[in-house]
Structure formats: C-alpha cells, structure tokens
Write a protein that binds this ligand. Structure first.
Ligand code: SAH
Length: 377
C-alpha cells in the first residue's frame, strides 16, 4: 500500500494523505490507485504525494487517453519513474474477453472483464456521421423494465468514471477507430449512479484527454427526475434521452416499475427545464410493443403530451429478449404510429436496428453472456 511512503523530506504531506485516504480510487486493483478515475488535478496530487513533479500529471493523463495500458508505453517518463508508478498504481483495469461482430452491419459488441471479474458489455456502431460507442454505467440494473435484458440478472455495482472511460479506450485500442460520439445507453441507469457518470462526462470531455464535446454525448435515463434536474444545472450541453415507452402512466407503470415513482407529467416538466437551460433537444425513446403501446390512440396521446416541447421521438421496434415474450409491432403499425406523430408536429424517426444478430441492439445487453451459445465470435 502506498500509504506509508514519505515524501523526499521524510514527511507525508497533507495532500498525500488526502489521496491516500481516497479509497474510492483504490478498490479492486490490489490496493493500487486506478489512474483512469483521476482528473489532472488528482493526478497532480498523487504525483506530489510520491515526491514527483506536478507536470507529469498531464503526460500521464494524455497517455491514458491515448489508450496506454501499461506504464512502459509512457515513453516520455523515465524508466525509474515508470517502475515506481507500477508499485503504486495501475493504468488499466479492464480486458476484452470476447467480441462479436455483426455480419449485417459491422456493429461490434465487446464483453469486457472488470478488475473484479465482473463482465459488462459495450458496443461500437457506425453511423453516417462517424463512430459511436455505447457504454454501460453499472454492472446490472435495478430498474426492472419488463422488456429489457439488462435488468434480468439483477444489480451488482456501480461503475466508476474511469471504468466508463476505459470502455471507450478499450474499443479504440482494439479497433483502431476514433470514437466521435458516446451514448450512455448500455447496461445500467446513469442517474442511479450520478456522481460517477458526472466524473466520466468531465473525463471524456477534458481537452487533454479524449476531448469529446458534450454535444456529442448522450445520457439516456428511464426518467429519474432528480437526475434530470441535477444535470440541467451542471452547465453541460449533454444530450438527454428519456426512455418513455408509453403515452400515459397507466401503460408505463405496466412495463416500467419506475413509472410508479416518477409520473410522466413530472418527467416532462423536468425536460422543459432541461431544454431551457441547455438549449438541447430532448430525445424520447419509445419501444413499440405489439398490443401494448402501439395503437393510433397511443400515438395521438403521445403527441398531445409532447406538444410544445423541444424534442423528437425515436421509435424503436422492440427488440426480442428471450425472457420477455414481447413482440415487435409490424412495419405498417410502426409507419402509422410515426405518421400520426409527424402529422401532429412531433419530429419522429424510426431507429435503425444495429447488431440485432449479436444481441447488441437496445435492451439486449446483459451483465454477462459468457455462457451463452447464442453469440458466435
Ligand atoms: N437505463 C437507461 C439506459 C439504458 S438505454 C434508460 O432506461 O434509458 C437502453 C435503451 O434501450 C432504453 O431506451 C431502453 O428503454 C431501451 N430498451 C430496453 N429494452 C429494449 C428492447 N427490448 N427493445 C428496444 N429497446 C429497449
């Protein structure tokens, strides 16, 4: 453990003590500091506590963002410093265990093993405007949406900001592709892990790091109102997506337990505040499930609820998840639903399904598929 190491003059500095006592950063890495969690000023403190110069922090931060998984890759640090850093810290805590490439559209799903042995999923998708990484924010999910695979195996733990960042770094390292957009739409509910998600947003945005603009990042929530309101106060122009999936509370509560806690009216109120503060347009995700939420009346009710809000609706033909039994609405139904919304002035798109042959589509991600024989690498 790093805790007893004195500085050059023999005393443990107070800054050093702060860093040493920060157990959040040490857990799960054999007592060593997990550097992807740290911003530049925390890295500076860490280096100072080792008796090193502060300016090294930026070098290390840049190396991490460039995907270095070992201190030995950091060629502008002396060999001695690299050796010393290895004693106290790690730059990577995640390994690619498996990857699946869709033969339909090239979407790639990664199974990533965390330092504590848990496995999560991340997805790389290609759109006309570039590459998007879909990352997980938790190991498992507590929200219990009845159509979603991510919730089936239950909840294990939150991911840290660095673990979210590392999903992108692992994808970039493996694919050689520069990720331009990030969606937090993998496993987990981001606003159930607010502080870590916020840390991630700052890390991924940092100019010395991946330097991805907030407008290129989307946070998707099942509608945790306090999270929406908090994010609206952060002065970040992050895109917000709301998993609405129903035009009224009655239907919503049938398929989403969280609908009992936060009513649609309250969600829409919070979204109004979000659009006023950030000037960003909200996306409402709506998975069309045959016979549940896909009637013309449902479309008309949805349109009237969203009227006047800076938003658009993204219709998703519900993806199959073997345990749920829900069926996709037919193409005619989907087109009709979209047409009603459009006619009533709500901008609407139908989401292109990516990676459905490898269970990488929305709602198909789950905590671990290591034993599954449905996916072939
Ligand atoms: N917990 C967050 C992040 C998950 S994002 C949220 O709820 O927004 C994943 C998106 O896929 C959400 O909109 C989710 O509701 C949707 N989804 C879940 N299961 C699905 C399925 N079987 N078919 C289509 N979309 C699904």
């Amino acid at each position: 453990m790093f805790g007893t190491r004195p500085t050059v003059d023999g005393n443990v500095s107070s800054e050093a003590v702060d860093v040493l006592q920060d157990n959040r950063i040490t857990s799960g890495h054999g007592g060593k500091k997990y550097l992807p969690d740290m911003d530049i000023s925390e890295l500076q403190q860490f280096l100072q506590s080792m008796g090193q110069q502060k300016f090294r922090a930026k070098q290390i931060f840049r190396w991490i963002a460039r995907g270095a998984s070992d201190f030995d890759e950091m060629s502008d640090l002396s060999k001695e410093l690299r050796q010393e850093l290895k004693l106290y810290a790690v730059v990577s805590g995640l390994n690619i265990r498996k990857k699946f490439v869709s033969s339909i559209d090239g979407t790639t799903k990664y199974l990533l093993e965390m330092s504590d042995g848990n496995i999560i999923e991340s997805v790389l998708m290609k759109y006309n405007h570039g590459y998007t990484a879909c990352i997980s924010s938790q190991i498992g999910c507590k929200m219990g949406c009845s159509f979603c695979a991510s919730t089936i195996a239950g909840f294990r733990r939150d991911l840290t900001g660095g673990e979210m960042l590392e999903q992108i770094l692992a994808i970039e390292r493996d694919s050689g592709i520069k990720v331009g957009n990030v969606v937090i739409m993998g496993i987990g509910e981001p606003f159930d892990n607010y502080d870590n998600v916020l840390r991630f947003l700052r890390l991924v945005h940092a100019p010395e790091g991946l330097n991805i603009g907030y407008r290129h990042i989307t946070v998707s929530t099942c509608g945790l109102v306090p999270g929406i309101l908090r994010l609206s106060d952060e002065n970040m122009q992050v895109n917000l997506a709301i998993s609405l999936h129903a035009p009224n509370d009655h239907i919503r509560q049938r398929i989403m337990p969280v609908g009992r806690k936060y009513r649609i009216d309250k969600i829409i109120e919070a979204c109004k505040i979000y659009t006023e503060k950030t000037k960003r347009r909200i996306t409402f995700e709506y998975a069309l499930i045959e016979g549940v939420n896909d009637s013309p009346e449902n479309a008309a009710e949805l349109a009237s609820r969203l009227r006047g809000l800076l938003c658009h609706v993204n219709l998703i033909p519900v993806n199959s998840v073997k345990e749920t039994g829900f069926r996709q609405s037919g193409h005619r139904k989907i087109d009709e639903f979209a047409a009603i919304l459009t006619k009533r002035g709500i901008e609407t798109t139908v989401r292109r399904e990516l990676g459905s042959d490898i269970n990488a589509a929305c709602g198909q991600l789950r905590r671990s598929e290591m034993d599954s024989d449905r996916c072939k690498s």
